[in-house]
Write a protein that binds this ligand. Structure first.
Ligand code: NAD
Length: 162
């Protein structure tokens, strides 16, 4: 199974790529390097420099590298920014996921692992807050965006693993 690691030059994606590569799993990175570093991508791992919003480029990368699953780590992630600039965050994070799902559907790739955020559970002192507390969070809009994206993934041919 070959994984396309979207955002694989970033912090979480970079660690994931390093672990998968060290374990001998075939991986390909797709990253626009807007916040990532090319040097995080280990030697021998192909790096496709493209935006996840470029659906055709994502689909082409999947075909060229025989991709069978996607791990999605590309996102804007600042909680305060997401509250002050929700439209930009929806466009990047929800729109980016829709583009990825479109590319996957077009080439028949049916598995995705999506990196969400613990911030959807608010900022209380308890590590794992009940879900109902999340509804009170100022970050609720992003929670809704995540739910919207999850619904879209499940309705598409992709099998979402959240
Ligand atoms: N950092 C954490 O501790 C943490 C914890 C839990 C969840 N997360 C989540 O994991 C995800 C990644 O977080 P991170 O800390 O690795 O962020 P990061 O900024 O280090 O990595 C994001 C990567 O995505 C790339 N990228 C951004 N927009 C892109 C686009 N349009 N097309 C292609 N590539 C694009 C960036 O260049 C970067 O390499 C986020 O959704 C974040 O909420 C992060």
């Amino acid at each position: 199974m070959t994984w396309l690691i979207v955002g694989g030059a970033g912090y979480v994606g970079g660690h994931t790529v390093a672990r998968l590569h060290a374990a001998g799993r075939p991986v390909v990175v797709l990253d626009d390097l807007s916040a990532g570093l090319a040097e995080r991508v280990p030697d021998g791992v192909p790096l496709v420099r493209a935006s996840m919003h470029d659906t055709a480029a994502v689909a082409q990368a999947m075909i060229e590298h025989g991709v069978t699953g996607v791990m999605q780590f590309a996102a804007l992630k600042s909680v305060p920014e997401s509250v002050s600039e929700p439209v930009r965050y929806y466009r990047e994070n929800v729109g980016g996921l829709v583009s990825l799902l479109s590319a996957m559907t077009s080439v028949g790739v049916g598995r995705i692992v999506y990196s969400s955020s613990a911030a959807v559970y608010s900022s209380g002192p308890v590590a794992a807050l009940p879900r109902w507390i999340a509804r009170r969070s100022r970050y609720r809009s992003s929670t809704s965006a995540s739910a919207m994206a999850r619904w879209a993934a499940r309705r598409s041919s992709a099998v979402a693993a959240w």
